[in-house]
Design a protein around this ligand. Sequence first.
Ligand SMILES: [Zn+2]
Length: 394
Amino acid sequence: MSNYTVRKLKIGNTEQMQTLSRAAGELYSRTVVNFWRTVRKQNKWLKPSSMMRWLSNDSENRLHAHSADAVVQSFYASLKSWRERRKTDPDARPPRRRKWFFKVQWKSSAIKVKDGKLRLSNGQGNEPLVIDWAWDTPKLIEMGWDGKQYEIRACYATEEVSIKESGTVAGIDLGEIHLAVAHDGKETIIANGRLLRSKRRYQNKLKAKLSGLIDVKKRGSKRRKRLIRSKQRQLAKLNNQIKDIQHKQTTKLVSTLNNRGVQTVVIGDIRDIRKSVDYGKKANQKIHQMLHGQTRQMLTYKAERLGMKVELQDEHYTSQTCPQCGKRHKPKNRLYKCSCGFQFHRDAVGSINIRRKYLGCMDIPVVGVMASPIGVRFKPHLQCSPVPLLRAEQ
Ligand SMILES: [Zn+2]
């Protein structure tokens, strides 16, 4: 089992933190201004390396050189993501806004842990940022504003998963809308849940209807017994159909991932999270839970049978966090839309974030991956053999 690979810690708000965050904001703004000015005046896109050399540090040398580089890299990450998005989204906006404050990142060269303190180096001649710390040395640290105070996000690379291997990790979200959605860093694969949902609904309706009929028959009567038998038969048949869909969909999903070279399958684990649902939805929730449990089980043994490793990942906030800017909000319908311009399938966002959470880079924005999803739709004769995949409708 993999543990958290991002550790978050609230650290309050001091003048030093503000100074650092403002320095990053200034540097980010200068990057934005310089980039677009060069585009306008020379019709040229400055490369990140030229930009870094040009700006080299914030004007007052408050940031560590690598922290300054990270600010410039953040701008280029947004730029890259916009260029990918605009291929499919005409409303995508380029990163043009200046920022008064911006997140500060420290790379390993600037991170030290000693005597229960975390020391984050800043520009020469400046005090390090010192924080009480009872844990290992992180690989990467980010300090950002959580709306009320500053927050440290410490990234650890897990032993099993190096960055090189991340290409072989897929996240799976057992969705609200779809049976399961997988994301492997490049492609999103959706096991469509429409047919399954309609079968479920029909099953509930049928159950209610037949129970109603049985209730008005006299106890012990022949008619009542016959009706009970018929109810059991009909429900069992539906149950088999549902199982069949689940089996075919999960087999197809797992074999697709296997064919794509995926070695580790990370499934979002929801078991603790669904407690906070209001009671009116409880029955519905139970069905969801059961279905998710079955799907998880099927995916697990099928993936393991093909030699893949299966891990569970706590999926707190994975369906709400924007993979691009990290802001959090609840999607209202099937489409996840963020104010930063990012939009994608709601369940797909979950799978992207589950994967990122497992890899420990929750805060590194997703860039250039929003290819339109591949659909695994149920067809009665769907089997494990490779079949050309359909592009799913949005
Ligand atoms: Zn966003």
